[in-house]
Design a protein around this ligand. Structure first.
Ligand SMILES: Nc1ncnc2c1ncn2[C@@H]1O[C@H](COP(=O)(O)OP(=O)(O)OP(=O)(O)O)[C@@H](O)[C@H]1O
Length: 634
């Protein structure tokens, strides 16, 4: 923008819309307010920015942050801006609403400062909401309060005995957080179980379900109806598989024979949240809601960090008030791309416990636990944290990848630098590798791709189906993740480059093309995030796309493959690379993270932590100048 031009809201709306800086829906909101008679540029600008923030996953616009650093708060101009010389938010604010003072919005047509009105915008202190999101937040607060206040009756003596059977007693004075979590979750109608990778969330949930069923069966009541769900199909399938495996190992333990009836009353039946709540075609509503609640007694939602605020509202409306609702997830992972960091907000402060003395004494007594250290006790701790337990010890995720992930999560700069330096010095079999390269044309990247992408030979398998299943399986061994979609280090560019390296056009159909579904398709029974691979039919050469079929089981004789014609797949993209957001809920043996060559607000610690924790055995960090500023880029 040149100094001689005075930016106007109209200029900005047009430029920003054309440049894809904002969404059409953001512009539509401003136009709607104008049609309703709102002329105050501050209000129009505020509504535009509040709507823009929703598009970025934030339910609220903090006006103080906006005043302090408008461009950073709104992440505009965007990274890899190709739109040239647009007006910036800072320039426009200077013109229309200097300092973005909240007081300017008070007593205007479209802004409600009480939360009780009808206006489209709600201003509480410096927090500006679109009314819908304000109402969602208030609904969740009130609904959870009701669930938290209403404690179920628990046979404490029986629970004490069950916990003693299901969990090892604490050696030395070590706190067994899993045991405490199980006790705490039985005690409450609403609870949250959070922890990093491999901290035993599923291990604990299976024992929780056992304890609940045991309590119920001992009273002579019918077993509890259990609903297991997750935001994506893949996460739901993984939950079901892990529960099945854990349950099997419990059933095989002779010392637990007294709990057999409780084990038998647990049916692993993981579904996507959409399927659990019942999708209605062309509607944001679900079949199950407050008028038609789920017929269930226990609802477990795994990977809850991916759940947005609208889904949380739908879940609460559909979950009967008598039921136990348990959210499970890693609070430090990225929040949903849609608005609202539900799990993160519920768990804020969970690292420090903040347990009331009454919570602590109940837990210590029932879980027969050594005393909790004083730093976890806080008489003034918020009520929600009495319902949260954080698992703190990983059973499977350790070594250099975990050390780097934890250093990033806790922002330990020296440790990050040290971990990267170790990786830089290490031999090639070290689990973390850094490829500090200027461009994706670097030979090291080509080699990484050639070595990593599995290539199975049809001739090595007895049948075509076996070959397809093995290829689908091998496809989860190596995955490239990107921070961004666009730009030279973004998902699209990386997919194209990998295609070039493999000698294919990654945007067309060919034998071996891996694709990810980007929108739920209920007709085809495919979920957003499902991954398939195109195969040439051995008989007539036509391409068909194979997806793993979760309903596979040897008793029903299904092949374990769902075949779909490419022409029926309308929302897909090639998936040699996917964004870190899309990778949530999945793990890969070798994870490659391609990082942009400059700092961007997108490169949050949550994004890095989420990407790195997808790596099961190997992690390769790829980018330009990764060591600059003493490793701060990572
Ligand atoms: N207390 C324990 N004693 C022995 N093994 C355990 C214990 N807790 C967890 N495990 C084992 O550690 C592994 C990881 O546990 P689990 O899958 O429950 O973790 P998670 O937190 O659900 O992992 P993810 O991050 O993959 O969701 C499993 O093999 C589980 O059986």
């Amino acid at each position: 923008m040149t100094d001689t031009l005075v930016p106007t809201l109209e200029d900005a709306l047009q430029q920003w819309r054309d440049a894809n800086w904002i969404r059409s829906i953001d512009v539509a909101l401003v136009e709607l307010l104008q049609q309703a008679g709102e002329q105050n540029p501050a209000v129009l600008l505020a509504s535009l920015f509040a709507s823009h923030q929703v598009g970025r996953g934030h339910t609220v616009l903090h006006l103080n942050a906006l005043a302090e650093n408008p461009n950073h708060t709104l992440a505009l101009p965007p990274v890899n801006n190709t739109a040239g010389d647009c007006v910036t938010p800072a320039e426009l604010l200077e013109q229309c609403w200097p300092k973005a003072e909240p007081s300017v919005l008070e007593s205007t047509l479209c802004v409600d400062t009480t939360g009780e009105g009808q206006q489209p915008l709600v201003l509480i202190n410096d927090q500006l909401y679109l009314r819908r999101y304000y109402l969602y937040e208030r609904f969740i607060e009130a609904d959870l309060k009701q669930r938290m206040d209403d404690e179920p009756v628990v046979n404490e003596e029986l629970l004490q005995q069950t916990l003693a059977l299901l969990f090892a007693s604490s050696a030395d004075d070590k706190i067994n957080w899993q045991r405490l979590a199980c006790a705490n979750t039985v005690k409450h109608r609403f609870s949250v179980l959070t922890g990093g990778p491999g901290t035993g969330k599923t291990y604990t949930v299976v024992r929780l379900l056992t304890a609940l069923q045991h309590q119920t069966l001992k009273l002579g009541l019918p077993p509890l109806r259990i609903s297991l769900a997750a935001p994506t199909g893949k996460a739901a399938a993984r939950l079901r598989e892990s529960i099945e495996a854990e349950l099997k190992s419990l059933k095989d333990t002779s010392a637990l024979a007294s709990l057999t009836a409780a084990f038998d009353a647990i049916t692993p039946n993981g579904k996507t949240l959409h399927r659990l709540l019942g999708v209605m075609p062309n509607s944001r509503q679900f079949k199950h809601n407050e008028r038609n609640p789920l017929r269930t007694d226990v609802v477990i939602v795994d990977e809850a960090s991916m759940m947005d605020i609208e889904m949380m509202v739908a879940l609460l409306k559909a979950t009967p008030k008598h039921a136990r609702l348990v959210l499970i997830g890693d609070k430090d992972q990225l929040a949903s791309v849609e608005a609202g960091a539900v799990l993160g907000n519920l768990c804020a402060g969970a690292d420090q416990g903040h347990y009331h003395p009454s919570t602590v004494s109940w837990l210590e007594r029932v879980a027969q636990s050594p005393s909790l250290p004083r730093e976890f006790i806080d008489a003034d701790g918020p009520q929600r944290l009495q319902h949260v337990v954080m698992l703190r010890e990983s059973r499977r995720f350790f070594g250099p990848i975990a050390d780097l992930a934890n250093a990033i999560n806790y922002q330990q700069q020296e440790q990050i630098t040290e971990e990267l330096a170790k990786a830089g010095r290490a031999e090639s079999d070290y689990p973390v590798r850094v490829l500090d390269i200027d461009s994706l044309d670097a030979p090291e990247f080509k080699q990484l791709v050639r070595d990593g992408i599995p290539r199975l030979r049809r001739d090595d398998f007895d049948s075509f189906d076996d070959y397809v299943k093995a290829t689908l399986d091998a496809n989860t061994q190596f995955q490239i993740l990107t921070a961004l979609r666009e730009g030279p280090w973004g998902m699209k560019a990386v997919n194209q480059k990998v295609g070039e390296i493999l000698g294919v056009n990654a945007n067309s159909w060919y034998d071996g093309r891996p694709v990810m579904v980007t929108k739920n398709d209920y007709g085809l029974k495919l979920n957003n995030g499902d991954i398939g691979i195109a195969f040439a039919d051995p008989e007539h050469g036509h391409l068909r796309v194979a997806f793993p079929d979760d309903s596979d089981n040897t008793q029903t004789g299904k092949s374990g493959i769902r075949w779909v014609l490419p022409s029926r797949l309308t929302h897909i993209e090639t998936v040699y690379a996917m964004t870190v957001h899309k990778s949530q809920g999945s793990e890969f043996k070798h994870t490659v993270m391609v990082l942009p060559d400059h700092d961007t607000p997108v490169m949050s610690k949550e994004l890095l932590y989420t990407g790195i924790t997808r790596a099961k055995e190997r992690l390769s960090l790829v980018g330009n100048n990764l060591f600059s500023q003493g490793g701060k880029r990572v």
